[in-house]
Design a protein around this ligand. Structure first.
Ligand SMILES: Nc1ncnc2c1ncn2[C@@H]1O[C@H](COP(=O)(O)OP(=O)(O)OP(=O)(O)O)[C@@H](O)[C@H]1O
Ligand SMILES: [Mg+2]
Length: 758
């Protein structure tokens, strides 16, 4: 029993050595002090060598592992891509240019979410009300549950080769459109230890001893049972993404494909020789009056075609070898996984070998050592290897931020932080039919955000969010009620660019308020009046102040003041005020603008007033904030409102505001039918300015519009019609992630809190 980490870092690392771990004092094939139990029933466990020998690793340099034979390796992580024909072609192109041996390694293991749990814990504001705190803690438990939930796996792709060629390998893969980054230092160390011990890369307890025992057909490494298998008989043909079906079976595994290019001349010679062999067999059969078997004919055709392709340089031949190591908690699940893996290959006439008495060779082949210890090869052409590789499904697990859902295809948690600067913006559009869970998903996002300190504002035309905000200790404002008016007229005068933008926004806001199109001339004089107003060196800004400026402005258009009178002195005077509520002064974690009390035709203007006020607050004190605009369609139906929202979406990023637009009128938002309204165009512009789009269940009437707008294949369109509530597609960075939005009971209690019920 040895401390693995100490051993594998003994030369490169800083960890001091315990004496017994020193390599020179280690007896060859040294014995573990405690033989492991249960690993091998049929025969007595064969006692393995000490860990460094066992794992064939000399030590870890900062930039790569060094094998026991002294060969230094480079490792890079390759981001998975969705498989499609152009990408396959690009990947095949990269392989064609590969002129040194390389190992492609895919590792999928239960996710390690403890770092994220810790970060969420650290970010949690101290003053959460008990119910919200309980919800935050329940999220921690949900994450723990996901770590052990069947089928939830974190899948990572790596490429390994000799250190001297790692830059070439990176270059080839990045030219093929993959994103590649080299593993170094702590990352490399976590990666290697996790590869040796099983599990996703994470900090391991460096003092924990590791026990290794080898059986005939399995091994025990630490607490897990592992079994290595080797693809002895390859399927005759490989469909694109051939390995994907295996990976999707949901078993924790390390799968390794070793490839070594065969020089073109040698490849052509081999193929020519095989062709001649088949042809002579054919003529022999003919002489004897027999016809050739159909299989032999197909094989001859294949070889002839391949020889031509190789001679033209379009294909190359490789030595290839595939091994897989399965990890399980107990024998029953190991057996079940083995059967599933074998069945996957069996279905295409391939066969996985058990590697009896060669388990360690199998394991070594799936470690990032660029070493095919099984030493069995088969010749494959470029396109077969390209098709084999399961680039996909991509996942959206950036390991920072919070949980947004569960990716049902990649079987991984959907974890990201819209404000981490890696996204185009933090905007998200939610489009779905009524009752599909739009508000639920949004409230969950607000709740999970506020438990990590992200301030949220919600513009709520139907009064759906007020209860939740109260439960979470937030506040509810009702613009239009005396004393709760807003003051969007506050402008930071220093920044002239910002000032121009804001004047434009205010002008659009006023146009929607007065409810009629002003015409070019009046619009220009309103712009002029606003510019004149802000040009005056006065501290006080607010609607009523602006109104009196209009009244006093003799050179200006007297019609303007008349139009605005209802908002200054009439029935609508409580919507806008001069002081307004100082949003920043006592900024709550969540603020809901409840517009239910307003006349429906006033709500769009009120929503814009609130949006503009939040924008003003964000401009004064930029930090991650979420602004939810529910029923965005009501604003978009006014051309000026649409222009206002689109411009807001474009600028939001500047002050770290994430806009979340929600609508069920997908048809109207996206319609290109010019006879309807002009908003179809702005609707699309709005969507283009959202880095994330969430499509939940759709209406049959709208699905083809949605399918067109987001370029969704037929099967996904059908799925969106019938998926259960809370399921949907998240679109981001050119990928589509089928997500399930799952809340804990404690979170649901906050989301669905109603004063009467609790
Ligand atoms: N992910 C989910 N998990 C559990 N329950 C959900 C989920 N999504 C929605 N629900 C349930 O469905 C109900 C309706 O959802 P919600 O109010 O969010 O729909 P909506 O799309 O906002 O509808 P509308 O268009 O009418 O506003 C919720 O009250 C909630 O109980
Ligand atoms: Mg709703």
């Amino acid at each position: 029993m040895k401390k693995l980490i100490e051993l594998i870092t003994r030369r490169g690392g800083e960890t001091p050595l315990s004496e017994s771990a020193a390599p020179q004092e280690m007896p060859e094939g040294g014995l573990p002090t405690e033989p492991a139990s249960g690993a091998a029933k049929e025969t007595a466990p064969k006692l393995p060598p000490e860990p460094p020998l066992f794992f064939m690793l000399s030590h870890l340099d900062d930039d790569g592992p060094v094998r026991l034979d002294g060969v230094k390796l480079g490792v890079c992580e390759v981001m998975g891509l969705e498989i499609d024909e152009p990408k396959l072609g690009a990947f095949a192109g990269a392989l064609n240019a590969l002129d040194f041996p390389a190992q492609l390694l895919i590792r999928q293991h239960p996710p390690r979410l403890e770092r994220m749990r810790e970060k969420l814990q650290e970010a949690q504001p101290g003053n959460l009300p008990p119910q919200t705190k309980a919800a935050a803690e329940s999220l921690g438990r949900l994450l723990t549950d996901l770590e052990t939930r069947d089928g939830i796996l974190d899948r990572r792709f790596y490429a390994v080769c000799e250190f001297a060629r790692i830059d070439d390998l990176r270059g080839l893969l990045s030219r093929a459109g993959l994103s590649v980054h080299a593993l170094q230092g702590r990352q490399l160390r976590m990666f290697f230890v996790s590869a040796a011990l099983g599990g996703s890369p994470a900090e391991f307890d460096e003092d924990a001893p590791v026990e290794v025992a080898i059986g005939r057909r399995d091994m025990r490494i630490g607490g897990t049972l592992v079994r290595s298998l080797h693809l002895g008989k390859w399927p005759r043909s490989l469909a694109p993404g051939f390995l994907q079906g295996l990976m999707a079976a949901g078993a924790p595994m390390d799968l390794s494909v070793h490839v070594g290019p065969i020089p073109a001349e040698q490849a052509a010679r081999t193929l020519e020789w095989q062709k001649v062999r088949f042809e002579s067999a054919q003529s022999l059969s003919l002489k004897r009056g027999r016809t050739m078997s159909p299989e032999a004919e197909i094989a001859l055709e294949d070889i002839t075609r391949l020889r031509d392709e190789v001679q033209r340089g379009r294909e190359r031949l490789f030595h290839a070898s595939l091994s897989v190591t399965l990890h399980a908690k107990d024998e029953a699940s190991l057996k079940e996984m083995t059967q599933r893996a074998k069945a996957h290959f069996g279905a295409t006439l391939g066969k996985l070998d058990n590697l009896a008495f060669r388990q360690r060779e199998g394991l070594l082949s799936t470690l990032p050592l660029a070493l095919n210890a099984v030493a069995e090869w088969r010749s494959l052409d470029t396109s077969s290897i390209a098709r084999l590789f399961p680039f996909s499904p991509p996942d959206l697990d950036t390991r920072s931020g919070t949980l947004y859902g569960i990716d049902m295809r990649a079987c991984s948690p959907v974890v990201y932080d819209p404000w981490d600067g890696t996204h185009l913006n933090a905007n998200i559009a939610v489009l779905a039919r009524s009752g599909s869970g739009k508000s639920f998903a949004t409230k969950l996002g607000v709740l999970r955000g506020l438990t990590r300190g992200i301030t949220a504002y919600v513009i709520d035309p139907e009064g759906e969010y007020a209860d939740m905000a109260r439960a979470a200790g937030g506040r509810v404002l009702s613009p239009g009620v005396p004393g709760e008016g807003m003051n969007p007229f506050v402008i930071e005068r220093g920044d002239s660019e910002e000032m121009l933008q804001r004047i434009g926004s205010l002008r659009r806001l006023i146009e929607v308020m007065v409810g009629e199109s002003l015409g070019a001339e009046r619009r220009a004089s309103l712009d002029h009046a606003l510019a004149g107003y802000y040009a005056r060196p006065r501290e006080r800004t607010g609607f009523r102040d602006f109104y009196s400026y209009l009244q006093e402005d003799e050179a200006g258009d007297p019609g303007l003041a008349r139009l605005l009178r209802p908002f200054a002195t009439g029935s609508l005077r409580h919507l806008l005020s001069d002081e307004g509520d100082d949003l920043l002064g006592n900024e709550a974690l969540v603020t809901v603008f409840d517009l239910r009390l307003l006349e429906p035709e006033l709500r769009p203007a009120a929503a814009m007033v609130c949006t503009e006020t939040v924008w003003a607050a964000a401009a004064q004190d930029p930090k991650p904030r979420l602004l939810v605009v529910d029923e965005v369609w009501s604003i978009m139906q006014h051309p000026e409102g649409a222009a206002f929202m689109v411009s807001m979406a474009k600028r939001a990023r500047k002050h770290r505001l994430g806009l979340q637009f929600i609508t069920q009128d997908v048809q109207d938002l996206l319609s290109e039918d010019s006879s309807r309204t002009i908003t179809g165009h702005s609707g699309r512009a709005l969507l283009q300015n959202a880095a994330f789009k969430l499509l939940l269940q759709q209406d049959a009437a709208a699905i083809s519009t949605v399918g067109d707008a987001f370029d969704l294949p037929q099967d996904l369109q059908r799925w969106l019609l019938s998926c259960p509530r809370g399921d949907g597609l998240l679109l981001s960075k050119g990928n589509r992630f089928p997500v399930r939005i799952e809340a804990t009971p404690e979170e649901t209690a906050v989301i669905e809190w109603t004063p009467g019920r609790h």
